[in-house]
Design a binder for this molecule. Structure first.
Ligand code: ZN
Length: 201
């Protein structure tokens, strides 16, 4: 991880904190309106300060996935004072889909960090579209996780490689429980008025 010169343990702790304190609250409000559970944040690599966060608002437009909503918020910031994408990382609660990964690539962010894999999205969140789109549209299993544009980090897998990772493991477990509740809320809304506004719900 390029981020900030901090130890990997400190980087992961900070990213999990941002998910808990900056993403979960806005996602909770959006899920209550019928949106999916996916959120994102952009942080400065130098000190891991939050630049901007965003969450899925698909009931407005099917393109407003968490990462794209966040990127839109980023480019809406005044140019003066806005860091360069090369100075930032993208934190996504869920491994970005083909659209979001393209948006991240076109915006030239160099690092992607995520809490849940696309297999989690399919199996634990009952949202199988990401993997199906890769397989049906692109005829490949998934995007790479390292290429000339960026490198992606699966945060729970990073945690497993760290010594003394008990507290981080507990935080991951706590966030999994938080997202299980949010997912239940979203799944319950399927079939309701808001879900008919999401083509791939
Ligand atoms: Zn997406």
């Amino acid at each position: 991880m390029e981020a900030s010169g901090l130890a990997p343990e400190e980087v992961v702790l900070r990213l999990l904190d941002v998910i808990e304190k900056d993403i979960v609250p806005i996602t909770t409000e959006a899920v209550k309106k019928g949106n999916k559970v996916f959120g994102a944040a952009i942080l400065k690599l130098s000190d891991l300060s939050l630049v901007v966060a965003g969450t899925n608002t698909e009931i407005e437009c099917p393109l407003w996935h968490g990462e794209v909503a966040c990127i839109k918020n980023f480019w809406n910031l005044p140019e003066e004072g806005r860091p360069l994408p090369s100075e930032c990382l993208m934190l996504a609660t869920h491994e970005p889909c083909s659209m979001c990964v393209s948006a991240i690539t076109w915006s030239a962010f160099k690092e992607i960090h995520f809490l849940f894999s696309m297999e989690d999205s399919r199996d634990a969140f009952n949202i199988p579209h990401d993997l199906r789109i890769y397989q049906e549209v692109f005829k490949c299993e998934r995007a790479t996780r390292e290429n000339k544009f960026w490198k992606a980090y699966d945060l729970p897998k990073v945690v497993e490689t760290l010594p003394e990772n008990g507290a981080l493991g507990e935080k991951v477990t706590m966030l999994r429980e938080t997202y299980a509740s949010l997912s239940e809320l979203y799944q319950d809304s399927k079939g309701g008025a808001s879900s008919t506004r999401i083509p791939l719900s």
